[in-house]
Every structure is written in C-alpha cells, then in structure tokens.
Design a protein around this ligand. Structure first.
Ligand SMILES: Nc1ncnc2c1ncn2[C@@H]1O[C@H](COP(=O)(O)OP(=O)(O)OP(=O)(O)O)[C@@H](O)[C@H]1O
Ligand SMILES: [Mg+2]
Length: 246
C-alpha cells in the first residue's frame, strides 16, 4: 500500500485552476521527482499535501486512511515535513537552535526549567553524523553555505521523525558541490525508508536521485513513470508540451 496517496486533487484560486484531478502515490523509501514549467502547479500540490491549502476537490490518504489537513501542524503531526527553497531558518541562531526551534529540550535546575543546550548539541551532532554532513551544531546559520543550510533543514525533518519529506527546489540556488551534498542527503532519507517528493527544474538532479518522475503541465499530471523508462529529452518534451502525455 502506498504511504501517501492523492486521489483527484483539484485546487482553484478563484478562476485559476492550479490543480486538476491529480492522482499520485508515493511509497516509503521512494524518491519522486516533481517537474513542470513555472506555474504548472508543483508548489500548490506540495502545499496541499503539507496542509497549507485545502484541496477544492479530492482526497489525501496516508497508509490507506483518508486525512483532512486544516493547517500545516495537522500534516506535521502525521509525519509530513516540508523543506522550502528559502528554508525559513533563523540566521542569527546556531544550527542546533534551528533544528530544535519550537521543540527545544529543557531540563530542571533547582525547580527552574532551563534550555538543555548540551543535550540539544549532542542530538544535533548525531543527526548530522547520521546524514554524513560536516555541518557543526554550534555554527551560526548566517555563516553557512546553501548546502549546509539544507542539511540543517533536513536534520529538522529527521528530528521530527518525518515519514514524508517534501522538498521544493532545494538545489535551485546552491553551488555544484553543494548540490551533490544535498542529493546525498536525499539518498540517506530514502535509505531510512522516508518518502521524498523532490520538486526540481534540474534534470540531472532528478535523473540522479529519483526513482520516478512526475510531470505537471497547467495543473494536470501528464506523466508518471520510472526514471529508467524515460529520458531527459522525453521529460523536457512533456514539460513544454511538445509531447502531450506519456
Ligand atoms: N495563493 C495563490 N493565490 C492565487 N493563485 C495562486 C496561488 N498560489 C499559486 N497560484 C497560481 O496557481 C498556479 C500554479 O502555481 P504554483 O506555484 O503551484 O506553480 P509551480 O509549478 O510551483 O511554479 P514554479 O516552478 O514557478 O515554482 C499559478 O497559476 C499560480 O499563479
Ligand atoms: Mg513552485
């Protein structure tokens, strides 16, 4: 059974039909690349899954059970985490503080609740180690590279014990070396049985790390196939509309 299943998802913004009857299923340990031109509906689809938007029509199922998310915390409670391109990290805080933001560990000292920094640093060091990232828990996020910021955002999803991680253009604004690091992080999530949906405009990234590629065009899903059964040329044709459906 699919971990995540969307059935007939539609989303209207007034007269704009951003999503039209989209079906999608994602299994645990699968990486699905979500591609399409600007305005195709990719981010809207991710926001529906993440509980930012309620679908106008259709159903979201997790392990076969219908779910209704009214706000992002509802989706997070089900193990759905999003890593946005702009990452929404706090620049003036350390990596560890960002990973634990809103879920800080506390300890009692003489009846007073204090933040337990040693425990948080230790846990974040473990998470970075598990992700094989060289990011350090005490470093300030404002001094970090784009790839390290991604590692912080991804460590946050690990802390939350996410089952599904949605990534909206994680490699759009970072250097080639950092892209390789982020793709490695995605592989580690996959190896731990997490389902990943990766929105990307970068064909090499999708072909390198995804099991399946889904192409959206003007709100419609026009292709959904194993990466080994398609090619960058075909996907480009599907994105532009030169190839109608595949
Ligand atoms: N909050 C909103 N209100 C009104 N229209 C919206 C809203 N969010 C998205 N849309 C519209 O929905 C359509 C799909 O947008 P979406 O952001 O999902 O595209 P996308 O595939 O993520 O594109 P990009 O590659 O540029 O990020 C667009 O026509 C967009 O203008
Ligand atoms: Mg988008």
């Amino acid at each position: 059974m699919a971990l995540l299943e969307l059935r007939g998802i539609a989303k209207h913004f007034g007269a704009i039909e951003a999503l039209k009857g989209v079906d999608l299923s994602v299994a645990a340990g699968e990486v699905v690349g979500l591609m399409g031109d600007n305005g195709a509906g990719k981010s809207t689809l991710v926001r529906v899954i993440a509980g930012n938007f309620r679908p106008s029509e259709g159903e979201i199922r997790l392990n076969g059970e219908a779910k209704h998310f009214h706000k992002p915390v509802d989706a997070r409670a089900e193990g759905i985490e999003v890593v946005y391109q702009d990452l929404a990290l706090c620049d003036n805080l350390t990596a560890a503080a960002n990973v634990f933001l809103g879920r800080e560990l506390k300890r009692s000292v003489g009846g007073l609740k204090m933040l337990d920094y040693p425990a948080m640093y230790a846990r974040v060091a473990e998470l970075f180690k598990e992700l094989k990232s060289e990011t350090r828990p005490r470093d300030l996020v404002k001094q970090m590279s784009g790839g390290q910021r991604q590692a912080v955002a991804i460590a946050r999803t690990r802390l939350a014990e996410a089952r599904i991680v949605l990534m909206d253009e994680p490699t759009a604004a970072i250097s080639v070396r950092q892209v390789a690091e982020v793709l490695d992080l995605i592989r580690r999530l996959r190896d731990q049985g997490i389902a990943v949906v990766l929105i990307s405009h970068r064909m090499p990234d999708v072909f390198e790390v995804c099991n399946r590629v889904v192409v959206m065009r003007r709100g419609l899903k026009v292709a959904d196939k194993p990466v080994r059964d398609t090619s960058p040329e075909e996907v480009t044709g599907l994105i532009t509309g030169a190839i109608h459906v595949a």
